[in-house]
Each structure stands twice: as C-alpha cells, then as structure tokens.
Design a protein around this ligand. Structure first.
Ligand code: IVH
Length: 721
C-alpha cells in the first residue's frame, strides 16, 4: 500500500484526485442542471457550495486537472430550449462570495480594495454601498425609450432566456418609466382625505431616462406569499416548493404566463446592464436613487458605508434583522460606491474586484432523521415531527422539524434514517423539505400515522376532508390539557406571565392542575414545593395569576381556545354581542350575523358551549372569590358593526405615526368597524403610513392603494371629506 501511494503522488496528478475531479464534475453538472434548468434542486445550496469549493481547491492544487468544461468555469446553467435565447449586451457576472466571519471578511475586502486603488493609511476610508443579498433569481430588464422591451434570466452569464411575458405579470416592475404616464395622477381617483405620502414616480423631479436602459435586480417571493403558495399546494394535494427562491425561479421560467401571474412575485433593483447615454451619475448609490425615482423597488435597507467598520456594522445589523425580514436574504453585498473607482478596479476572470458577497449561515442544510415522533396540539391535532441529528441552520441549532401531516409526510416519503434537507427561515418552524433518496438505507420503513393518541391512548381519527388526525380524548388527554393551559395564559389571551411550558408540564404531570380554574387555586406553598421553583418565582406566578384576573372579553374568549376562534374572531364576537352570556347562548343563525363568522366557526362555537364541562369551566372562572376564581372584564352593549363608519374597510399600518402608537391606531380603527391587516394587497382600502414606512408603502403605491398620514386618518374618522 505504502509504495503505491508514494508512487502515485509524483509530478502527475494523483489518481484519486483525478477520479475525484471527474466525480465532482459529474455531481456538479447534475446538480447545476437540477438547480438552474429544472428549478428542482436535490441538495441544499450549502452542500452544492461545498462540492464546488472542493473542486476549486483541487484545481488550484493541480492546474493540469482544470478543463474548460469544468463546472467552475461557468456561471449558472444552460438556458432551457423552450425560451428564446437572449445574448446579454453586457455579461451578467457573479460576485465573489465569501463565508468568513464578519470582521475578517469586510476588513480583507477593504484592504484589497485600498491596495488595488493605491491608497495609503493617510487616505480617507473608501465609500461603499452595502446591500442585502437577496435570495431569488437575477433578471435583466431592458427598456428602450422608457418602455420595457425585454426581460431575460442570467442563464450562463452570456446568454439567458427571454422571459418577458412572465416578467410583465410582476406588478412591481414598471412597464414604462420616465415620462408621466396615463394614470399618474391617481390622486384624482382617491377618496378625499387620502394622499400619497411620497411623490409618485414619473414626476418632474425624476432625472431623464436614458434611451437604452438595462436594470438588473432580483425577482423573489416574499416568505408570506411563499407559505401561502405552499399551503395552497398542500390543500390541492400537490407538490410543495422547497424554498421561495425555487418557487420564484419556477414561476419566472414557467411556460404558461397565466400560471406565472398566479405567483405573487416581487422585485428589487440593484444594478445596471447596458446604458446608452453617459449620465452625470458618479456613484452606484446615485443610480439606485435614480432607479427608485423611476419607480423601481429599491430595498430600504441599502446604505452608504465608510470603510470596513461600517461594513461590519451593516453585516451585524442585517444578520439581526434577517429573521424578521419578509423575504429571504442569504448574505450581504458590499460594492465600491464611486463608479470611476469601480472602473479602475475592474474584473478578475468573471468577478468584479469592486464587489464582494458575504454569506450568512445557510437556511437549508443536510441532516439525518433519528426518529419520527407525534406531537399532540391543543385541539388534539397530531403532528408528525422529525427528530434530527442536531444541525446548524438559519443561525440556530435545530433538532426538530415538522412534517405537517400524514399526506405531507407520505408525499415527501420521509423515513427514519433518511438524509434530509431541513429549512429554517425567519420565525417559521423548521421543516423537512426533501429527502435524498439515494442515501436511504435498505429496509427503511415507510412512515404511518398512529391510530391512537401517543399521550392518552384515545382513538385518533381523521375526519373526511381533513388533513389531520385528532386525538378524541379532549381534556382527558394531558397533552391537550397542557396546551389549553398554555393557550389561556398566552400574552394575547389573559396573559399569565412566567407560566411557560416547563411549569405547565410539572403542574399537569403532578396532578396539581387539571382544569383552568385549578390554576387560580394554586397556593404559594404548593407552587414553591415544585422542583426548581424558588419562593420568589412562586410569588411571581401568584402575582401574575392575580394580575391576569383583570382582563377583557376578547382576551378571555380567545383564551378559551375554541377551535377556529382566533384573536380577530374573538374581538368580532365580543363587539357584536357585548356580553359573554349572549355569545354562550347564541344560536348558529345569530352567530352567522357576525362579520367573518362562517358556518364552520359558528358550528365550532356552538359545539364548545354545548359541552357542560366547558360551561362549568367558564362559570368557575368568572364567579367571584371565594367560590370562584374572580376573573372579570367589562361587558359592553352589542354593536352592529355594519352601521359603523368604517365597516368593511381594510387598513394596513406602516411606519411610526406622530402621536398614535400602533396598538392605539389599531384599536381606534377596529372600534370604527374597520379591519386591520398585516400586509398590503389589492383588497386593502387604505394604508396609513408614518415615518420610516417601508415596503408596505411601496407596495401600496405600486397597487394604487390610497395612502393616509395620521392627520388624514383623523379626518377620515371624523367623516370630514
Ligand atoms: S450585484 C457584478 N447585488 O447574487 C455584480 N447581486 O453572484 C452583480 N444578488 O446573481 C451582482 N442580491 O442574483 C448584486 N444586492 C445584490 C444582490 C445580488 C442578490 C445575487 C444576484 C447575482 C448573485 C451574485
């Protein structure tokens, strides 16, 4: 063995390395095809990057193994034949991507830039633009005389696909820019009291648009749009998409524009291709501002940064914001701001020397399934959950991932022992998005849902037309009891601070608490006798319980955990009926009178209050001490919502208002009969925008939704118009 190794490690490349290079070619070609051409990757990006780097390293060590057809020698994939090919007037390059730690990465980049620009320590810091790295699909938009004439994918960087028809369906992408267009003066169509908070694109303040202008940017799917899309796919029993990037790429490269139009795509502009006239813009940032003034969405988080310290701060800030952004980002991009400096720095092979991307921890990773367990929810819903070998994904270590339900687990065919892709993005629960079938061990058994509850042993049934199995044990089932207690004590319900899942486990398992009223009968001594419970913490729980007794009808109602009665429905019920007894005794017909209450919800409320033990719980909770628990709220008079001034109107709040807090504004609007939604759509009637309003305002403007400031809102409330 030893002689053989010595022999093969001579001047010619080692046999195993040559073999590995060939293997990597095969793997990378295969996976690039799945990713770029079919929009159906089989492995996470991080895994692809790892293989790619391995090949790059081997090629660097053995240059004779580097061939022109190596996957390292091209960007992206071959275009699909279905679309016409487009040769890019200016190649669409990629950026050097690094995964270093924040400080060393930004400092190394800044040092390189300074060196290549010939700057010394005496010179000022280099000015950069720092941008999020959006995780979508790069697109080139070509405008001639201000009209969108062509949209193309990146393809291999030189030749892309003509996807103009599909791109035209994206509302955020202007079809015409520059000259004021028909319909610019939308204010004429707005209800009085409404106005646009910002100038409309296309006004006199915009710089003139070059005769030929190519705008580059990223087409992406917002996370909420992605989740809704997958939810629809699940309901239809169809395949779900692995991630928003994939669903977006699939939509853009969809042959039927009608299907593309059903996926609510979004866009951010971040660069340029061919531009006919030389303009007076001297910086990248000035270009971004011009793009914005012409009506292109430019990300609100893009900033100017001075030197490495600002870049590091940006990296940190975006990293902290990442989970709460409405879209996926996979890193940040730093670009030298001055265009003359960009020119001076130029390119190495296919990458500009004036830009670099720094990646955050991947949101998708490979791991193995150690077991599949069943969790029992508050309403008895059984959820299969994959127990995973711990994996660092999306910035946290994940050991559990939901498989949603029986059909979904079957469709993905997840089995114990499988190697799977796990995704965790934003505050969404981690999920298993796909299995790597070639890594399955022989004899792995298909997953089946149990027909009994794993906690209480009651029968679990799946009703016709439902996706979920439910435990029929009701409050006999300790898992359901625990969830019911946690739900009641939730911040948005009656709020019992400090009553978390560990404590509830102890209380229920020890038999101290079986029903909600038992909570209020807990004494200090009993609580303090629990394991790991100090006297001080026990007193805090007693105080929190006392405090929770002063509540409101909507909170109490929501806290009861009636199936299908969420916060909004609880509020609507409270407002409509005014008093709890009226709700408890309402007939199905009476319940159907409430805005938003349909037959399923009405039935569920009836069923809940028809159960004597549920009524008993309510009675004990509201009866005054010492006989009862003394939970109280102020009851009101019934209100006919339809008669309220803003009935049927939907509002969205964004930014900071000068005097009203978000909660106050919401409460005020709801009291006037309006609905307050979280995101802007065509169904939104008004957006109320304050300072630092962001993408919601942009979306409102793109959709032509009326925008109000706080003063406008007050006028509308007073009925002044
Ligand atoms: S600039 C020459 N800026 O990342 C520089 N790219 O490899 C061209 N991306 O394919 C790209 N966010 O799809 C740039 N703010 C951003 C970006 C961004 C995402 C993507 C883009 C490109 C890849 C870079």
């Amino acid at each position: 063995m030893a002689t053989l190794d010595l022999f093969s490690a001579g001047a010619t490349p080692a046999g195993p390395d040559r073999q590995r290079v060939q293997e990597l070619h095969r793997l990378l070609h295969h996976h690039a095809h799945r990713y770029y051409v079919l929009d159906e990757p089989e492995i996470p990006d991080a895994e692809y990057d790892r293989l790619f780097r391995e090949l790059q390293d081997l090629e660097a060590a053995h240059p004779e193994l580097l061939t022109p057809d190596s996957p390292t020698q091209r960007v992206g994939g071959k275009p699909l034949d279905h679309f016409a090919s487009v040769r890019h007037a200016v190649p669409m390059l990629s950026i050097r991507t690094e995964t270093d730690t924040e400080a060393s990465g930004a400092e190394a980049f800044d040092a390189r830039v300074r060196r290549e620009l010939g700057l010394t320590e005496a010179d000022l810091p280099v000015e950069y633009v720092a941008e999020p790295k959006f995780d979508g699909l790069a697109i080139n938009l070509r405008y001639e005389q201000g009209v969108l004439v062509q949209a193309a994918t990146r393809g291999d960087g030189e030749v892309g696909e003509d996807v103009t028809q599909n791109i035209r369906t994206i509302g955020q992408i202007p079809l015409r820019i520059g000259a004021p267009t028909l319909g610019t003066d939308v204010s004429l169509l707005l209800p009085e009291g409404a106005r646009f908070a910002l100038g409309r694109p296309g006004g006199e303040t915009c710089p003139p648009v070059p005769a030929v202008l190519e705008v580059r940017g990223e087409v992406y799917l917002r996370r909420d749009d992605f989740n809704a899309l997958n939810e629809r796919q699940r309901e239809k029993g169809e395949k779900t998409f692995v991630n928003p990037r994939n669903a977006a790429a699939g939509a853009v490269r969809q042959l039927d524009p009608a299907i593309a139009a059903q996926r609510p795509l979004s866009f951010f502009a971040y660069g340029l291709g061919e531009v006919s006239a030389t303009t007076e813009f001297k910086t990248h940032f000035a270009w971004l501002q011009a793009l914005k003034s012409w009506g292109f969405p430019v990300c609100e988080h893009v900033v100017i940064a001075q030197g490495a310290p600002d870049l590091i701060a940006f990296h940190r800030r975006m990293g902290a914001l990442r989970d709460s952004l409405p879209y996926d980002i996979d890193g940040v991009v730093y670009k030298v701001n001055r265009l003359d400096r960009q020119l001076q720095l130029g390119f190495v092979t296919r990458e500009p020397r004036w830009a670099v991307a720094h990646k955050y921890p991947a949101q998708e990773m490979l791991t193995t399934v150690q077991a599949i367990e069943i969790q029992v929810g508050r309403t008895g819903k059984l959820t299969p959950v994959a127990k995973l070998a711990p994996v660092f994904v999306g910035g946290v270590t994940v050991t559990n991932a939901t498989l949603h339900n029986e059909d979904e687990a079957r469709r993905k065919d997840v089995r114990v022992g499988d190697t799977v892709i796990v995704r965790r993005a934003g505050d969404v629960i981690p999920e298993v998005v796909a299995v790597l079938p070639e890594k399955r061990q022989a004899g792995a058994e298909m997953f089946t849902m149990p027909h009994t509850c794993p906690v209480c042993g009651s029968a679990a049934v799946r009703e016709e037309g439902e996706a979920d199995y439910r435990c029929t044990g009701g409050l006999f089932c300790s898992a359901q009891r625990k969830q019911a207690i946690l739900h009641f004590s939730h911040r948005r319900a009656v709020e019992i601070e400090g009553l978390g899942d560990k404590l509830v486990d102890q209380l229920v398992d020890s038999g101290m608490v079986n029903t909600l009223p038992d909570l209020y009968r807990l004494g200090l001594t009993a609580l303090a006798s629990l394991e790991r419970m100090a006297d001080k913490s026990a007193q805090n729980i007693i105080d929190a319980l006392e405090k929770s007794k002063q509540t409101t009808l909507p909170r109490f109602l929501f806290g009861l955990g009636i199936r299908h009665v969420g916060e909004a429905t609880a509020k609507a019920l409270a407002r409509h009926f005014g008093k709890l007894d009226a709700i408890m005794d309402a007939s199905e017909e009476q319940l159907l009178q409430v805005a938003d209450v349909g037959p399923v919800v009405a039935q569920s409320i009836r069923t809940f209050f028809e159960q004597p033990h549920n009524r008993e719980v309510v009675e004990q909770l509201r009866k005054p001490v010492p006989d009862g628990c003394g939970v109280t709220w102020e009851e009101g008079e019934p209100v006919v919502i339809e008669a309220l001034p803003l009935a049927g109107k939907t509002f969205v709040l964004t930014g900071t208002l000068p005097t009203l807090s978000r909660e106050d504004a919401k409460a005020m609007l709801e009291a006037a009969g309006a609905k307050v939604a979280g995101s802007v759509s065509k169904k939104t009637d008004y957006v109320v925008a304050g300072e630092e309003a962001g993408s919601k305002l942009e979306k409102a403007m793109a959709l032509g939704v009326a925008v109000l400031d706080e003063a406008g809102l007050f006028r509308l409330m007073k009925g002044d118009s």
